[in-house]
Design a protein around this ligand. Sequence first.
Ligand code: NIG
Ligand code: FE
Length: 386
Amino acid sequence: MSTLYTNIDELVTNDATLGDGSPLGIVTDGAIVVEDGRIAWVGPRAQAPDADERLDLDGGAVIPGFVDSHAHLVFAGDRSAEFAARMAGQRYDGGGIATTVSATRSATDEQLAANVGRLADELRRGGVTTFETKSGYGLSTPDEARSLRVAGEFTSETTFLGAHVVPIEYRHDREAYVRLVAGDMLAACRPHARWIDVFCEHSAFDVDETRVILEAGIAAGLTPRLHAGQLGPGDGIRLGVELGAASIDHCTYATDLDIEALASARDTTVATLLPGAEFSTRAEYPAARRFLDAGVTVALATDCNPGSSFTTSMAFCIAVAVRDMKFTAAEALWAATAGGAAALRRDDVGSLAVGKRADFVRLDAPSYIHLAYRPGVPLIRAVLAG
Ligand code: NIG
Ligand code: FE
């Protein structure tokens, strides 16, 4: 059964061989044929082949579904008071993670699954068709393993983040916690995870601890991704590049050396920028132009979590990236779709070319530029996933 989606004023494909030849591969007056959940044909409407059924999209813009490559959705509890205190002048240092850990440990599996389900629905309504999510609010072997089991009910992109912070019961013996994460906890989580992540930051894990944990994960068959350079500079970004991480996330305090390393690893390692985190912690945004102009592969993601960035809106992230981080609108859309796919090493999503998954979004707007031009306006009219 094939379906021809037709009457698309502006079709963003992210395939530079199509349409205007830009990285967004924009086809004016485009059409798409979908068969068995995959793109069977894409191009100008005038050249569209026949299909079993035809669906008129009534003008407007169509973009690839967003790929949110960084989120922390498995948690319980509420930290709105912490946000309010921050807006009144308090600093963010990740200390609130302990609050979420105790609420998460007290929640049942069903409550955790309901919470993830609600956020997954929110993501979908906002045009996200692929998302990653991490553990990291359990911080014990059973709580990390069940967090990942629950996450796996909603996405195949699951990340073991036992090394989020050192939990309170290990605060006098962090070495023992690092051993646990790299040993028994990893063994229990390995069957439920694709990725391994560490919060490499002065208030969480130093670069030597990070190396031990990521190397154990690699030996167990997981691929590394990394939180680094969020709260201050350090050696985390270069360690991530050295270990072949798929993505290094935040990078707010990246130095020139870090950016050089990321640029030379552009086919292996993506820099994922998370504007929601700077927005919600009232921090300086990373200087995105330095990354983009150096040729680093850049993704944008929500970092949806109850502490530093409680948003599921990729459209919001795009608006902030364009307004405050000096992305062009085209770079921001690419980063939120193809960039996210690169950060998850997925070649089946993030662009609309023959053979890719038929994941696309019809905007209530004549151009994708409206995602930044009309901040806060619900422009996602319809989401097709597969
Ligand atoms: O990506 N940086 C570490 N983890 C999250 C925040 C976690 C929290 O505050 O609950 C982040 O920003
Ligand atoms: Fe994060």
